[in-house]
Design a protein around this ligand. Structure first.
Ligand code: NAD
Length: 371
C-alpha cells in the first residue's frame, strides 16, 4: 500500500511530517490527527521499528488515540504523536534530539511533544534547547516532572466513580481491590487505596516490589497468574495491555475493571463481552488521563495543586461515560468514543481550527494554548 493510502486508511489526519536529517541519523514522523480543540499534544516514542511502514502505522494510530483521550478528558488539546525510528538504548544523541526539536519548532506550536516509551527527561531537555513546544521537562525548567502520581490519582477517582455506579458507594473502606503491577502508577495507586481504607491485594512479577509493598502497607500479595482472577469488588490493572481477552473473560471474579494500563481490551468486542457479563469497565483512556491533565497544566504555567485538582475530573468523566452507555445501551468502550466524538463536534465547531489560523510566529507554549 502506498504512503498516502496508508495515511488515509488510518483516519483523517490533518498533517503528517516526515523528518529526516542524515547528519545526525534522524528519521522521525510527526502525525497531527486533529487540532479542533487545541494544539496537538502527544509524546515522542523511540522504537526500533522493523520497517518505516510499521512506524507510520504506529504514529497514525497513536495520534488518533490522543485526540480521543484529550477530548474525553475535557481538555482543550488536540491529538498528535511522534515516532523516532531507532534503538533507544544505543542510538540516542544530543544532535538527534536537537534536530528533532527543530522539526517540532517548525510546526509553530501546532504540535507539542512530551516523553513516551523510549524517551526520557534528558531527551526532552535537548528538544527544549530548540523549541518551547515540549512538555515533561524537569521541574527546574518550569516543567511538571513525573506524571505517574497524577495518573494514579485520576485512576483513584475513576475507581470511586465506578464503585459509586456499580456498587452504590464511592467509599472504598473495606472494599477488596486487586492491583496488577507495582510500577510507577501501581505504587502510587496502592498508597492512595490504602489511605482510603481499602482491602488491597497486589501482584508484580518483581518479587522485591511485592515484598516492599507488603512490608510498607501490609497489603496481601498473590502470584502474578492469580491476580486477574481474584474474588474482588474492583480489579485495577496497572501493568500490561490486552488483559481482557478470550482466555481471561470467563475467569474474572470482579464486578468492576478500572485501572491505569493502556489498551486493556485485546479487541473491541471484548468490551461488549464485559457488558454481557455485567462487569463494569472504566475505559482505559478515560480513567488514565490524569498524566495528560498534569501536562496540560504545564502549558498554563505549572502548579502541583492545580494539576492534582484537575485529576479529580476523571470521576465526572467516567460517570458521563457510564451514563451514555446506560442510555444508549452500549459497552462503555463505545460510550467513551461517543463522548469524545460529541465534544470534538460541538466544541470543535466553536473553536477555529489551529491549522493555518495565523501566520504569526508563536514563541511560547502559553501563546499557543491561548490563541
Ligand atoms: P511501569 O513499567 O513502571 O510498571 C509496570 C509494572 O508492571 C512493573 O512493575 C512490572 O514489573 C509489572 N508487571 C509486568 N508484567 C506483569 C504481570 N504479568 N503481572 C504483574 N505485574 C507485572 O509502568 P507504569 O508507568 O506504571 O505504567 C503502567 C501502565 O499504565 C502502562 O500500561 C502504561 O502505558 C499506563 N499508563 C501510565 C501512565 C503514567 O503516567 N506512567 C499514564 C497513562 C497510562
Amino acid at each position: 500500500m502506498g504512503t498516502f493510502e496508508l495515511i488515509a486508511k488510518h483516519g483523517e489526519h490533518e498533517e503528517v511530517v516526515f523528518c529526516h536529517d542524515p547528519d545526525v541519523g534522524l528519521k522521525a514522523i510527526i502525525a497531527i490527527h486533529n487540532t479542533a480543540l487545541g494544539p496537538a499534544l502527544g509524546g515522542t516514542r523511540m522504537w526500533n521499528y522493523r520497517t518505516e511502514e510499521e512506524a507510520l502505522v504506529d504514529v497514525l494510530r497513536l495520534s488518533k488515540g490522543m485526540t480521543y483521550k484529550a477530548a474525553a478528558a475535557g481538555l482543550n488539546l488536540g491529538g498528535g504523536k511522534a515516532v523516532i525510528i531507532g534503538d533507544s538504548k544505543t542510538q540516542k544523541t544530543e544532535g538527534l534530539f536537537r534536530a528533532f526539536g527543530q522539526f517540532v519548532n517548525s510546526l509553530n506550536g501546532k504540535y507539542i511533544t512530551a516523553e513516551d516509551v523510549g524517551t526520557c527527561v534528558t531527551d526532552m531537555e535537548y528538544i527544549f534547547m530548540e523549541t518551547p513546544f515540549v512538555t515533561g521537562i524537569p521541574k527546574d525548567f518550569g516543567g511538571s516532572g513525573d506524571p505517574s502520581p497524577y495518573t494514579a490519582h485520576g485512576v483513584l477517582m475513576g475507581i470511586k466513580a465506578s464503585a459509586k455506579w456499580k456498587l452504590g458507594t464511592d467509599n472504598l473502606k473495606g472494599m477488596r481491590i486487586a492491583v496488577q503491577g507495582l510500577g510507577n502508577v501501581g505504587t502510587h495507586l496502592v498508597s492512595y487505596l490504602v489511605g482510603e481504607g481499602a482491602q488491597v491485594v497486589v501482584s508484580d512479577i518483581d518479587q522485591a516490589k511485592c515484598k516492599q509493598h507488603h512490608d510498607k502497607y501490609g497489603v496481601t500479595v498473590v502470584a502474578p497468574d492469580k491476580i486477574l482472577f481474584e474474588d474482588c469488588e474492583i480489579l485495577a490493572p496497572c501493568a500490561l495491555g490486552a488483559i481482557v481477552n478470550d482466555e481471561t473473560l470467563r475467569k474474572f471474579k470482579t464486578k468492576v475493571i478500572a485501572g491505569g494500563a493502556n489498551n486493556l481490551l485485546a479487541e473491541s468486542r471484548h468490551g461488549d463481552h464485559l457488558k454481557e457479563l455485567g462487569i463494569l469497565y472504566a475505559p482505559d483512556y478515560v480513567i488514565n488521563a490524569g498524566g495528560l491533565m498534569n501536562v496540560f497544566v504545564e502549558l498554563e504555567g505549572y502548579s502541583h495543586e492545580r494539576a492534582f485538582e484537575k485529576t479529580r475530573k476523571v470521576y465526572d468523566n467516567c460517570t458521563k461515560v457510564f451514563e451514555i452507555a446506560q442510555t444508549d445501551n452500549l459497552g462503555t468502550h463505545i460510550a467513551a468514543d461517543r463522548l469524545a466524538e460529541e465534544r470534538l463536534k460541538t466544541i470543535g465547531k466553536l473553536k477555529q481550527r489551529h491549522q493555518g489560523k495565523s501566520s504569526r510566529n508563536f514563541t511560547t507554549l502559553k501563546e499557543v494554548t491561548n490563541r
